[in-house]
Design a protein around this ligand. Structure first.
Ligand code: CMP
Length: 139
C-alpha cells in the first residue's frame, strides 16, 4: 500500500553536507521525496516533536541537539513507506545498524544519528502535520 512517512535529516547530517548523499539512499530505495524544507527547528518545535521522550534522561540533550543547526524535514511516499524507511535508516544506535543503512554509513553515535523516521502510520500523520500543510506535499 502506498503510504507516507515523515523524515528529518538531523543537524549532524546537515553540518557535514550529507543531505544529497542521504537523499540518494532514500531515492535508491524507491521512496519518493514528495515534500522537503530546510528549517532551523525552534526549541518549542523540538520539545513538542519529542514530547514522548520528555521523561527520558537524554531529552534535554536531544532537544539541544535538534536545535543546534538546520535540519531538513521531509515527507517520503512509497509502498510501506514507514517500514521501508525504518529498514534503510538502520538501528537507532549506529553500532547496531546493518551494513548499507543510513545510520551505519553516516551516523556518529546514538544521539547524533543523522536521521529520524516515523515509527507508525499514526505517528507519521501527526509528525507530517506538525511541519507541512497538505498543499505543500506534491505526490
Ligand atoms: P529518533 O528516531 O529521532 O527518536 C528519538 C531520538 O532520541 C533518537 O532518534 C536518538 O537520536 C535519541 N536517543 C535515543 N536513545 C538515546 C540515548 N541513549 N542517548 C541519546 N540520545 C538518544
Amino acid at each position: 500500500m502506498t503510504e507516507r512517512t515523515f523524515s528529518i535529516l538531523k543537524p549532524d547530517a546537515t553540518e557535514r553536507n550529507l543531505t544529497g548523499k542521504i537523499n540518494a539512499v532514500i531515492e535508491d530505495a524507491g521512496l519518493r521525496i514528495v515534500a522537503q524544507r530546510r528549517i532551523r527547528m525552534t526549541e518549542a518545535q523540538a520539545k513538542t516533536f519529542y514530547e514522548v521522550h520528555k521523561d527520558r534522561p537524554f531529552y534535554g540533550e536531544l532537544v539541544g541537539q535538534m536545535t543546534s543547526a538546520p535540519v531538513v524535514v521531509q515527507v517520503l511516499e512509497g509502498e510501506n513507506a514507514v517500514a521501508k524507511y525504518r529498514e534503510i535508516m538502520g538501528a537507532t544506535n549506529p553500532e547496531q545498524a546493518a551494513e548499507g543503512t543510513i545510520r551505519k554509513l553516516f551516523a556518529k553515535n546514538v544521539g547524533e544519528n543523522s536521521v529520524h523516521g516515523s515509527d507508525s502510520q499514526d505517528n507519521a500523520k501527526l509528525e507530517i502535520a506538525q511541519f507541512f500543510t497538505e498543499d505543500q506535499i506534491v505526490g
